[in-house]
Design a protein around this ligand. Sequence first.
Ligand code: URA
Length: 242
Amino acid sequence: MERLHKYLARAGMASRRQAENMIKEGRVKVNGIVVKEMGSQIEPGLDEVRLDNKEVVLRDDKIYILLNKPTQVVTTLDDPQKRKKVIDLLKGINERVYPVGRLDFNTEGLLLLTNDGELAYRLTHPKYKVDKVYIADVKGNMREPAITKLRIGIILEDGPTMPAQVRKLKQGNITTIEIAIHEGRNRQVRRMCEAVGHPVLSLKRVKFGPLKLGDLPVGAYRYLELQEIMDIKEACSYQRDD
Ligand code: URA
Protein backbone atom coordinates (compact mmCIF):
# COMPACT_ATOMS: atom_id res chain seq x y z
CA MET A 1 0.00 0.00 0.00
CA GLU A 2 1.12 3.55 -0.64
CA ARG A 3 -0.19 6.94 0.40
CA LEU A 4 -2.15 8.49 -2.45
CA HIS A 5 -0.32 11.84 -2.48
CA LYS A 6 3.03 10.06 -2.58
CA TYR A 7 1.88 7.91 -5.47
CA LEU A 8 0.81 11.01 -7.43
CA ALA A 9 4.20 12.61 -6.78
CA ARG A 10 6.03 9.45 -7.78
CA ALA A 11 4.04 9.35 -11.01
CA GLY A 12 5.31 12.85 -11.78
CA MET A 13 2.00 14.68 -11.42
CA ALA A 14 3.18 17.21 -8.85
CA SER A 15 5.25 17.61 -5.74
CA ARG A 16 3.88 15.84 -2.66
CA ARG A 17 2.56 19.09 -1.27
CA GLN A 18 0.85 20.01 -4.53
CA ALA A 19 -0.58 16.49 -4.73
CA GLU A 20 -2.13 16.91 -1.28
CA ASN A 21 -3.88 20.03 -2.54
CA MET A 22 -5.11 18.24 -5.65
CA ILE A 23 -6.65 15.60 -3.38
CA LYS A 24 -8.25 18.24 -1.15
CA GLU A 25 -9.69 19.93 -4.24
CA GLY A 26 -11.47 16.71 -5.19
CA ARG A 27 -9.50 16.24 -8.41
CA VAL A 28 -8.43 12.69 -7.63
CA LYS A 29 -10.51 9.54 -8.02
CA VAL A 30 -9.64 6.04 -6.86
CA ASN A 31 -11.59 3.30 -8.61
CA GLY A 32 -14.08 5.89 -9.83
CA ILE A 33 -14.70 7.54 -6.45
CA VAL A 34 -13.45 10.99 -5.46
CA VAL A 35 -11.09 10.71 -2.52
CA LYS A 36 -10.53 13.82 -0.42
CA GLU A 37 -9.22 12.31 2.80
CA MET A 38 -5.59 13.01 3.61
CA GLY A 39 -3.57 9.91 4.17
CA SER A 40 -5.69 7.65 1.91
CA GLN A 41 -3.83 4.57 0.80
CA ILE A 42 -3.89 2.78 -2.55
CA GLU A 43 -2.40 -0.36 -3.99
CA PRO A 44 -0.24 0.67 -6.96
CA GLY A 45 -0.96 -1.46 -10.01
CA LEU A 46 -4.26 -2.66 -8.57
CA ASP A 47 -6.25 0.46 -7.80
CA GLU A 48 -7.13 2.77 -10.67
CA VAL A 49 -6.11 6.35 -9.86
CA ARG A 50 -7.34 9.28 -11.96
CA LEU A 51 -6.34 12.95 -11.78
CA ASP A 52 -8.77 15.28 -13.52
CA ASN A 53 -10.26 12.10 -15.00
CA LYS A 54 -6.99 11.08 -16.66
CA GLU A 55 -5.49 7.81 -15.53
CA VAL A 56 -2.29 8.18 -13.50
CA VAL A 57 0.21 5.47 -14.27
CA LEU A 58 3.68 5.06 -12.83
CA ARG A 59 6.32 5.77 -15.40
CA ASP A 60 10.00 5.60 -15.10
CA ASP A 61 10.78 8.26 -17.63
CA LYS A 62 11.91 10.96 -15.25
CA ILE A 63 13.36 14.04 -16.85
CA TYR A 64 15.53 16.76 -15.39
CA ILE A 65 15.93 20.09 -17.13
CA LEU A 66 18.12 23.01 -16.22
CA LEU A 67 16.85 26.32 -17.54
CA ASN A 68 18.49 29.74 -17.45
CA LYS A 69 15.35 31.64 -16.54
CA PRO A 70 15.17 35.15 -17.97
CA THR A 71 13.66 38.01 -15.98
CA GLN A 72 10.05 38.98 -16.78
CA VAL A 73 8.92 35.34 -16.73
CA VAL A 74 6.92 33.64 -13.97
CA THR A 75 7.78 30.24 -12.49
CA THR A 76 4.16 29.48 -11.59
CA LEU A 77 2.30 27.15 -13.93
CA ASP A 78 -0.81 29.27 -13.88
CA ASP A 79 -0.62 33.06 -13.84
CA PRO A 80 -3.85 35.03 -13.42
CA GLN A 81 -2.09 38.05 -14.97
CA LYS A 82 -1.25 35.95 -18.07
CA ARG A 83 2.44 36.79 -17.98
CA LYS A 84 4.96 34.64 -19.80
CA LYS A 85 5.70 31.34 -18.00
CA VAL A 86 8.92 29.33 -17.80
CA ILE A 87 7.06 26.35 -19.23
CA ASP A 88 6.54 28.38 -22.43
CA LEU A 89 10.31 28.37 -22.90
CA LEU A 90 10.53 24.58 -23.06
CA LYS A 91 9.78 24.11 -26.73
CA GLY A 92 10.09 20.48 -27.71
CA ILE A 93 9.50 19.02 -24.23
CA ASN A 94 6.33 16.98 -24.30
CA GLU A 95 6.57 15.71 -20.74
CA ARG A 96 4.74 17.55 -18.03
CA VAL A 97 7.48 19.06 -15.87
CA TYR A 98 7.28 21.68 -13.18
CA PRO A 99 9.77 24.01 -11.51
CA VAL A 100 11.54 22.99 -8.32
CA GLY A 101 10.90 25.93 -6.02
CA ARG A 102 10.61 29.31 -7.63
CA LEU A 103 12.41 32.40 -8.75
CA ASP A 104 10.85 35.85 -8.70
CA PHE A 105 9.54 37.46 -11.88
CA ASN A 106 12.62 39.71 -11.89
CA THR A 107 15.18 37.07 -10.92
CA GLU A 108 17.11 35.21 -13.57
CA GLY A 109 19.28 32.12 -13.55
CA LEU A 110 19.29 28.46 -12.69
CA LEU A 111 15.90 26.82 -12.47
CA LEU A 112 15.50 23.06 -12.29
CA LEU A 113 12.38 21.54 -13.83
CA THR A 114 11.41 17.92 -13.44
CA ASN A 115 8.60 15.41 -13.29
CA ASP A 116 10.34 13.67 -10.38
CA GLY A 117 8.02 14.63 -7.55
CA GLU A 118 10.10 13.02 -4.84
CA LEU A 119 13.21 14.95 -5.85
CA ALA A 120 11.25 18.21 -6.04
CA TYR A 121 9.83 17.57 -2.59
CA ARG A 122 13.22 16.94 -1.06
CA LEU A 123 14.97 19.85 -2.76
CA THR A 124 12.41 22.32 -1.47
CA HIS A 125 12.29 20.87 2.04
CA PRO A 126 14.46 22.94 4.45
CA LYS A 127 15.47 19.73 6.23
CA TYR A 128 17.86 18.80 3.41
CA LYS A 129 19.64 22.19 3.46
CA VAL A 130 20.52 22.33 -0.21
CA ASP A 131 22.51 25.52 -0.87
CA LYS A 132 21.36 28.00 -3.47
CA VAL A 133 23.92 30.55 -4.60
CA TYR A 134 22.97 33.95 -6.00
CA ILE A 135 24.86 36.87 -7.46
CA ALA A 136 23.21 40.13 -6.47
CA ASP A 137 23.89 43.69 -7.50
CA VAL A 138 22.77 45.89 -4.63
CA LYS A 139 22.35 49.61 -4.29
CA GLY A 140 25.16 51.47 -2.53
CA ASN A 141 28.51 50.48 -1.13
CA MET A 142 27.87 47.46 1.09
CA ARG A 143 30.39 47.47 3.92
CA GLU A 144 31.50 44.82 6.41
CA PRO A 145 28.87 45.49 9.13
CA ALA A 146 26.05 44.86 6.64
CA ILE A 147 27.79 41.78 5.28
CA THR A 148 28.29 40.45 8.81
CA LYS A 149 24.58 40.92 9.52
CA LEU A 150 23.69 38.93 6.40
CA ARG A 151 26.10 36.21 7.48
CA ILE A 152 24.77 35.95 11.03
CA GLY A 153 21.09 36.17 10.14
CA ILE A 154 18.50 38.88 9.73
CA ILE A 155 15.19 39.16 11.52
CA LEU A 156 12.57 39.26 8.81
CA GLU A 157 8.83 39.52 9.39
CA ASP A 158 8.51 35.73 9.00
CA GLY A 159 11.34 35.05 11.45
CA PRO A 160 15.15 35.08 11.56
CA THR A 161 17.13 33.85 8.57
CA MET A 162 19.65 31.04 8.94
CA PRO A 163 23.32 32.03 8.60
CA ALA A 164 24.30 32.82 5.00
CA GLN A 165 27.65 32.70 3.27
CA VAL A 166 28.42 36.07 1.71
CA ARG A 167 31.35 37.29 -0.40
CA LYS A 168 31.84 40.75 -1.82
CA LEU A 169 32.82 40.54 -5.49
CA LYS A 170 32.81 44.20 -6.51
CA GLN A 171 32.25 47.46 -4.70
CA GLY A 172 31.33 51.01 -5.65
CA ASN A 173 28.00 52.81 -5.95
CA ILE A 174 26.67 49.39 -6.75
CA THR A 175 28.04 46.40 -4.82
CA THR A 176 28.10 42.90 -6.25
CA ILE A 177 27.85 40.09 -3.72
CA GLU A 178 27.65 36.33 -3.88
CA ILE A 179 25.24 34.97 -1.30
CA ALA A 180 24.49 31.34 -0.47
CA ILE A 181 21.37 30.39 1.47
CA HIS A 182 19.65 27.07 1.93
CA GLU A 183 16.21 28.26 2.91
CA GLY A 184 13.80 29.15 0.13
CA ARG A 185 11.57 31.79 1.60
CA ASN A 186 9.62 34.16 -0.56
CA ARG A 187 11.89 36.94 -1.94
CA GLN A 188 14.42 36.02 0.70
CA VAL A 189 17.60 37.50 -0.76
CA ARG A 190 15.80 40.70 -1.74
CA ARG A 191 14.32 41.07 1.75
CA MET A 192 17.63 40.32 3.47
CA CYS A 193 19.54 42.90 1.44
CA GLU A 194 16.81 45.47 1.86
CA ALA A 195 16.86 44.90 5.63
CA VAL A 196 20.53 45.94 5.75
CA GLY A 197 19.85 49.04 3.65
CA HIS A 198 20.94 47.78 0.23
CA PRO A 199 18.00 47.03 -2.06
CA VAL A 200 18.69 44.48 -4.78
CA LEU A 201 18.99 45.88 -8.30
CA SER A 202 19.46 42.56 -10.06
CA LEU A 203 19.51 38.96 -8.90
CA LYS A 204 20.72 35.81 -10.57
CA ARG A 205 20.88 32.23 -9.26
CA VAL A 206 24.10 30.56 -10.35
CA LYS A 207 24.12 27.34 -8.29
CA PHE A 208 21.60 24.94 -6.86
CA GLY A 209 23.34 22.34 -4.70
CA PRO A 210 25.90 20.73 -7.00
CA LEU A 211 24.27 22.11 -10.18
CA LYS A 212 25.93 25.06 -11.90
CA LEU A 213 24.42 27.48 -14.38
CA GLY A 214 27.72 27.78 -16.26
CA ASP A 215 27.54 29.58 -19.59
CA LEU A 216 24.05 28.47 -20.59
CA PRO A 217 22.54 31.45 -22.44
CA VAL A 218 19.59 33.29 -20.89
CA GLY A 219 16.35 31.58 -21.95
CA ALA A 220 18.10 28.35 -22.99
CA TYR A 221 17.75 24.95 -21.34
CA ARG A 222 19.52 21.61 -21.29
CA TYR A 223 18.97 18.15 -19.85
CA LEU A 224 21.00 17.26 -16.77
CA GLU A 225 23.80 14.80 -17.34
CA LEU A 226 23.62 11.46 -15.57
CA GLN A 227 26.35 12.46 -13.13
CA GLU A 228 24.47 15.67 -12.31
CA ILE A 229 21.30 13.69 -11.62
CA MET A 230 23.23 11.44 -9.28
CA ASP A 231 24.83 14.43 -7.57
CA ILE A 232 21.60 16.36 -7.03
CA LYS A 233 19.93 13.23 -5.63
CA GLU A 234 22.88 12.70 -3.34
CA ALA A 235 22.56 16.31 -2.14
CA CYS A 236 19.12 15.51 -0.72
CA SER A 237 19.81 11.88 0.28
CA TYR A 238 17.47 10.55 -2.36
CA GLN A 239 17.91 7.00 -3.50
CA ARG A 240 15.39 5.87 -6.09
CA ASP A 241 13.91 3.10 -3.98
CA ASP A 242 13.74 4.52 -0.48
N1 URA B 1 15.60 35.27 -3.28
C1 URA B 1 14.88 36.26 -3.83
O1 URA B 1 14.76 37.33 -3.24
N2 URA B 1 14.34 36.07 -5.03
C2 URA B 1 14.47 34.92 -5.73
O2 URA B 1 13.95 34.80 -6.84
C3 URA B 1 15.21 33.90 -5.14
C4 URA B 1 15.76 34.10 -3.91
